[in-house]
Design a protein around this ligand. Sequence first.
Ligand SMILES: [Zn+2]
Ligand SMILES: [Zn+2]
Length: 175
Amino acid sequence: MNSTYIVDISELLRGEIGKKQQFSFVLPNNFSEQSVFIDGKFFGDITYLGEELLIDFSTDEFTNKETCVRCLTECSRITSIDHASESYSLSDSDKNPFNLLSKKDTDESQTFLDLEPLLSQEIGLSFRTHPLCLEDCVGLCPECGTNQNLKYCGCSPKKSPNAFDTLKEQFNSKL
Ligand SMILES: [Zn+2]
Ligand SMILES: [Zn+2]
């Protein structure tokens, strides 16, 4: 178990149904190249429901480094994970997208839950699919590549083909 986000749930599994266990971890500032935390925490609780565990988790704010799809400049965005939840089946492990449970070889009575796959997945989902630096970003000039948000390059915009012009030409050529 190399993960940093391991919770010992041995006591929880021996407890009553409905019992909760809290967890909290300090995240490394450079969690990944794309996601930067500043003294951020990953925290939540695990509820024992008999057949399954319910994991509720959140993070403090972090910055995702994104690239504007129109002008290709970096447009960082501050976001956070707020009460993501995932259920983990104890009775049917095939139902689980990840195997989070593990036992210590030396002591069969200890059970651990590795939360890293859930955290990584949720951070991956926090990126926008279509990031824009500004809602009305005008993007790069298709002629010269200048970032038109910063500078007017003066290239004449290409005339967009107009269906009526094309029809008119066809009509005229027949006369
Ligand atoms: Zn842009
Ligand atoms: Zn241009």
